[in-house]
Design a binder for this molecule. Structure first.
Ligand SMILES: [Fe+2]
Ligand SMILES: [Fe+2]
Length: 232
């Protein structure tokens, strides 16, 4: 009973501190900017599409919410340095720390922390993956690879994660979430308010598990289809 009371107090505190409002505020300010120079999608549309792809596939709520926040570091950085692709190599750590400060579970902050490293691994592990990244994503790959060549500890930590494969799969939602690619599958993309309660559930450690057991295979199939039908 006492534990339940503590949990409730924590959740009330989380709601009161307004993580959702912070998300809205920062995206209202900068979310209309291009995701990256050369991309056809805005920052806001990119994260909404990524989250919705995961939701459509039946992924755990931690993954859906992590994708919703996955580039928050990029948007926060706009406050500091402007929307300069070459300067965005820190956005994974910046975003992960932002979520940690707001008490999100580690699986969520780790998805942010390692989502650029996941791209590097997928380039190494899956033939054709690099060739079918968007051109701005190929450019940033080289910057990110250089960054991680100096961080072998981060690579070891990533490889030891029990949910490493989740992060690799989620990365494919990130790559597909570029507007023009989505017409074939998912229909209307909901706005941030669709995720309001889910954000708080996940932050309280009460995110729902995967709704469909084969969510990772579904995303793999969509990603392959994207490559075949819309590859750049
Ligand atoms: Fe990113
Ligand atoms: Fe992204």
């Amino acid at each position: 009973m006492k534990r339940l009371l503590v949990l409730c107090l924590f959740c009330v505190g989380a709601l009161w501190s307004g993580c959702y409002e912070e998300l809205i505020e920062v995206f209202d300010k900068y979310g209309g900017d291009r995701y990256m120079a050369g991309e056809a999608v805005t920052q806001k549309n990119h994260v909404l599409q990524a989250a919705y792809l995961a939701e459509k596939a039946g992924a755990p709520e931690e993954i859906i919410i992590a994708l919703l926040f996955h580039d928050i570091g990029r948007v926060i950085e706009d406050d500091l340095i402007g929307n300069e692709p070459a300067l965005h190599e820190l956005h994974d750590d910046l975003g992960a720390n932002w979520l940690q400060e707001r008490n999100f579970p580690k699986v969520v902050s780790d998805l942010l922390r390692y989502h650029t490293l996941a791209k590097i691994f997928l380039c190494q592990e899956e033939s054709d993956y690099y060739d079918h990244l968007s051109l701005p994503s190929q450019d940033s790959y080289h910057i990110q690879k250089e960054k991680y060549s100096k961080k072998p500890d981060a690579i070891d930590r990533f490889n030891a994660l029990p949910y490493r494969s989740w992060i690799l799969t989620a990365r494919k939602c990130d790559d597909m979430a570029k507007d023009a690619y989505l017409d074939w599958s998912v229909g209307d993309i909901p706005d941030f308010d669709h995720y309001r309660e889910m954000i708080e559930r996940v932050r309280c450690g009460e995110g729902k598990p995967a709704q469909l057991e084969d969510w990772q295979q579904t995303i793999d199939i969509w990603h392959l289809k994207t490559i075949r039908d819309f590859g750049v």
